[in-house]
Design a binder for this molecule. Structure first.
Ligand SMILES: Cc1cc2nc3c(=O)[nH]c(=O)nc-3n(C[C@H](O)[C@H](O)[C@H](O)COP(=O)(O)OP(=O)(O)OC[C@H]3O[C@@H](n4cnc5c(N)ncnc54)[C@H](O)[C@@H]3O)c2cc1C
Length: 303
């Protein structure tokens, strides 16, 4: 990231929350479950699937994890009751990973069990590298009991190819593949865009060769086009993969992917804990971060 962009992003914490919220609106469905339901209903009407996410991460009290579990279960039940085409994405640090691994496992198990009863699916998001081993361990333990759960792997991590092969050798073949959003050291992560993209395509090919189902999660046109080519070269059927994009990011590209006849799922975050998620999205988009920065000097506009 250029020095100016870095500076702009570093100043965002100084921006009053109502202003941050104004710019965050494009990335989140809203604070209430009904907001997410309406967003998913709209996406479904556009021939797009969804994955709903109750915002929150890195909780510090067991009570918060139990509340997050309850919100996830309520979301799953609402998806069924409202007849929505959506599954659920969860973050393990929101469910107590950093408090106690076994407590976290039991919370996730309750969510995945509810999803199984409702014939739905849970995707475990991947967080920073301090969580990778535990996330994989919990996922593998869950898969001994349930089939309706998948994991995310990040193309920027050098270990990802090995992780993907290890999981597939254990018969676990349902992935979301993304670049990765957290700041990781060069000892464990590729830093250059070209290297990350190269690894993304390398791992995607290995996954497809092993007959894995992959959610190709990117807004990068180069990766989308290279994936199209790989899908066509390997003769994959439409139901053997899907594209995935975040709410509010490149809606024109997502419409094109659907027009081109591919399945597409939109990540729909909602809830009161929107701040950290939105800051990560601003960091990917210096233009928006710039608007937020400029608004420090025009506060009155956003009361
Ligand atoms: C469905 C989904 C789930 C994800 N789950 C995880 C996860 O579990 N763990 C994890 O570490 N990461 C996750 N990510 C984030 C991912 O790792 C990347 O950080 C993010 O998608 C940006 O990478 P990109 O592939 O879109 O490529 P980039 O090169 O970053 O972006 C390509 C282009 O997309 C546009 N763009 C990208 N981001 C934005 C933005 N915020 N606002 C406006 N335009 C933008 C820009 O035009 C940019 O040039 C997920 C992403 C998606 C789509």
């Amino acid at each position: 990231m250029q020095i100016l962009n870095k500076f702009i992003v570093a100043t965002i914490p100084l921006v009053p929350r109502p202003i941050v919220r104004y710019f965050a609106n494009r990335y989140i469905a809203g604070e209430e479950l009904i907001d997410a339901v309406n967003t998913v209903r709209f996406l479904n009407s556009q021939n797009m699937m969804a994955t709903m996410d109750v915002l929150g991460e890195s909780i510090t009290k067991e009570e918060e994890a139990l509340n997050a579990k309850q919100a996830a279960i309520t979301t799953l039940k609402t998806i069924t009751n409202e007849n929505l085409n959506s599954n659920l994405s969860i973050k393990l640090t929101q469910l107590g990973l950093k408090l106690d691994k076994e407590f976290c496992f039991q919370n996730v198990r309750d969510i995945v069990k509810t999803a199984a009863e409702l014939k739905n699916f849970v995707r475990i998001d991947m967080e920073d590298s301090s969580c990778t081993d535990d996330t994989i361990e919990i996922y593998m333990k869950l898969r001994k009991e349930f089939t309706n759960v998948g994991i995310v792997l990040q193309a920027y991590l050098k270990r990802t190819e090995t992780d993907a092969i290890m999981l597939m050798n254990n018969g676990l073949k349902n992935f979301r593949l993304c670049k990765g959003i957290y700041i990781e050291p060069p000892t464990i992560a590729f830093k250059k865009k070209s290297e990350i993209n190269q690894n993304f395509m390398k791992v995607l090919k290995i996954m497809f060769e092993n007959k894995a189902y992959v959610g190709i999660a990117t807004h990068d046109e180069e990766l989308v086009m290279n994936s199209y080519k790989l899908i066509s070269d390997m003769g994959l059927k439409k139901d053997e993969y899907e594209f995935q994009m975040l709410l509010g990011v490149r809606p024109e590209l997502r419409s094109n992917i659907v027009k081109d006849g591919h399945r597409l799922r939109v990540y729909v975050p909602y809830g009161h804990h929107w701040y950290k998620y939105s800051i990560r999205r601003f960091k990917e988009n210096p233009e928006i971060a710039g608007y937020v920065f400029k608004s420090i000097f025009t506060r009155n506009t956003f009361k």
